[in-house]
Design a protein around this ligand. Structure first.
Ligand code: HGY
Ligand code: MN
Ligand code: MN
Length: 410
């Protein structure tokens, strides 16, 4: 059976994974940063070397396009993911899917396949959403979920403006986001969770993706002396903030639902050991595969904030950063993934994606689905992120099969 060039794929994953490391060897390529530019430049060089047309759209999404005069009028099959990373990241999240997309195209080109439609390898801007919110910003803009102007005007956690940063790094492209409506979209990605490894599966045929709610909460209390202020007289913004994360964990445990809640960032002011915090600014990431349960959890959070405000004598405000409903993927593509895995003798199961992905945005304009491969110990967004080379190759070969099934057909 046909196979991709395993050595080339694995080597590129590690070569890209070494771009953006700090002196402590921590990998961080935040969207539109100098490190992101270095990663983008490397990817674009590979796309050119593979003989692809390279297009960059106004929000900095990168597209490697394999087409000829025969099929140029057809809607493209799009494969993609992202190459921006979180802070102190692993090397596989996003990058695996983009490099496997390129690998599949190169393998098919080397075999002289003449696709009935163009095939595109895409790398979307700011999928992680660490520097700019929301996450999946580039693919959201591509499908029209955010205007280009609003996307370019997005202010980052560091006060930078996305459009200015894209100009600065040379990736403020000219193509209009959405310039090519895909015939279908496929994204290969590491699972980033424990299911496939724990249950002994090689491939996940991802049929849906859970809803996401991101909010930034600001709590204003009163700075006071840590030693002289009796506990009952405090308006302690720090303590009020701490109650939120604790409550959400206990609430979800009681509810027995698959919901998840994360307080991932927390900043105190004045941030001094002997001063009761006057301000706490933190984020709350809520997720659930069921829209009604996610909305209910958001309502629980807003009621909690009102109650804590009264009980702690603090002022609380919040800002919504992202809100995406659960998404169902295309059953036909999911079945094609399963057909390939069975033909190749891989153990496969259907599953829900716990993480957000560009596929959930492209699914708004084209039939889409995802292929997962196992994450060791279920770890991701962590330098310990790892997937066995055999599993990386297995996922890329399933992608190859599904792609050939689509481009070989009219
Ligand atoms: O947050 C997410 O799920 C993705 O990693 N951006
Ligand atoms: Mn990702
Ligand atoms: Mn990620």
């Amino acid at each position: 059976m046909q196979t991709i060039n395993a050595e080339r794929l694995i080597a590129r994953i590690h070569e890209l994974g070494d771009i953006g490391r700090d002196p402590q060897a921590q990998l961080t390529r935040l969207a539109a940063s100098d490190n992101d530019k270095a990663g983008r430049d490397r990817l674009v060089a590979w796309l050119h070397a593979a003989g692809l047309e390279v297009a960059v759209d106004r929000i900095g999404n990168i597209f490697g396009i394999w087409r000829d005069e025969r099929n140029a009028g057809e809607a493209p099959l799009m494969l993609g993911s992202h190459i921006d990373t979180v802070i102190n990241a692993g090397v596989y999240d996003g990058c695996y899917g983009v490099l496997a997309a390129l690998e599949v195209i190169e393998t098919l080109k080397e075999r002289g396949v003449e696709p009935v439609r163009p095939v595109v390898a895409a790398a979307f801007t700011n999928e992680e959403g660490v520097r700019y919110a929301p996450d999946m910003l580039g693919s959201l803009t591509y499908v029209g979920g955010l205007t280009v102007e609003a996307a370019l005007a997005t202010v980052g956690t560091d006060g930078s403006v996305l459009g200015e940063e894209l100009e600065r790094i040379g990736y403020a492209g000219t193509a209009e986001p959405g310039f090519a409506k895909p015939h279908a979209y496929l994204e290969l990605h590491i699972e980033q969770g424990p299911v496939l490894e724990r249950e002994g599966f090689t491939i996940g045929a991802v049929e849906n993706l859970q809803g996401i709610s991101w909010q930034r909460v600001t709590i204003d209390g009163v700075a006071n002396h840590a030693g002289t202020t009796p506990m009952a007289m405090r308006c302690d913004a720090g303590l009020a903030a701490a109650r939120v994360g604790l409550f959400l964990r206990e609430h979800i445990a009681r509810s027995n639902a698959p919901s998840v809640a994360t307080v991932g960032t927390m900043r105190y002011e004045p941030d001094a050991i002997n001063v009761i915090p006057s301000r706490a600014v933190f984020t709350v990431d809520l997720r659930d595969p069921d829209e009604a349960r996610l909305s209910a959890l958001e309502a629980v959070l807003s009621e909690l904030l009102v109650r804590i405000g009264t009980e702690e004598g603090v002022q609380i405000s919040f800002e919504r950063l992202a809100r995406f409903q659960p998404v169902d993927f295309d059953q036909g593509i999911v079945e094609a993934i399963e057909t390939s895995t069975k033909r190749r003798g891989f153990k496969t199961r259907r599953m829900t994606s716990g993480a957000g992905h560009d596929a959930q945005m492209i699914a708004r304009i084209a039939p889409s689905a995802m292929i997962f491969v196992p994450s060791r110990d279920g770890i991701s967004h962590n330098p310990r992120e790892h997937t066995e080379p055999d599993d990386l190759v297995a996922g890329a070969n399933v992608l190859l099969d599904v792609v050939e099934g689509v481009i070989g057909r009219g």
